[in-house]
Design a protein around this ligand. Sequence first.
Ligand code: DX5
Ligand code: ZN
Length: 218
Amino acid sequence: MSKLIAPSVLAADFANLQRDVEMINRSDADWFHIDIMDGVFVPNISFGMPVLRDIVKHATKTIDCHLMIIDPDRYVETFANLGCDILTVHYEACTHLHRTLQLIKSHGMKAGVALNPHTSVDLLKDVIQDLDMVCIMSVNPGFGGQSFIENTYDKVKALKKIITEKGADTLIEIDGGVTDKNAKQLVDAGADVLVAGSYVFKSNDQEATVAGLKKLVN
Ligand code: DX5
Ligand code: ZN
């Protein structure tokens, strides 16, 4: 399977959102990565349902939605109705993770779990068969533009080992500080999906940056 690139809309220009969504449509990107923050689970508020609704209206690719919110079960149905294809919740925000994963799937979405940098991949051993994706946070969630945490490579390798041993087909996504400097090493360690916000949107030629990243890892 080819390695996937998911630009993070958090780094887009919100006053020119349609333009930036269409840039992703045209580019070699595979998914839209959408960051929803509640100001409680993370120390920042990003955007909510009305903005997501308008993104989905123009987006022509998979919607990969990353919920950085407490008690995400409350909104699973809402995000399904908004058109999300993959819904990722945080391990640290779910008391009954297995139940939350079933809820996400019952609404026709793929289910993902994100791990903060301090959370061990070993904690997923017992639910790995139920997971379509694990998102390894390579920064502390809450903000774009932070530097990549080097320990991530070891986490990716350890998670890949668990997935292989259990015979699961779970994808590994990396989120935070991804650039051309770490992308190749990440996929060599076992990553399948790379989220990139600032690296794409702060570049002069965004489409060329996406194309370069896609080529670098495939
Ligand atoms: C951080 C978000 C990321 C963020 C990545 O909490 O989950 O998706 O947008 O942005 P960069 O690529 O700039 O680190
Ligand atoms: Zn994210």
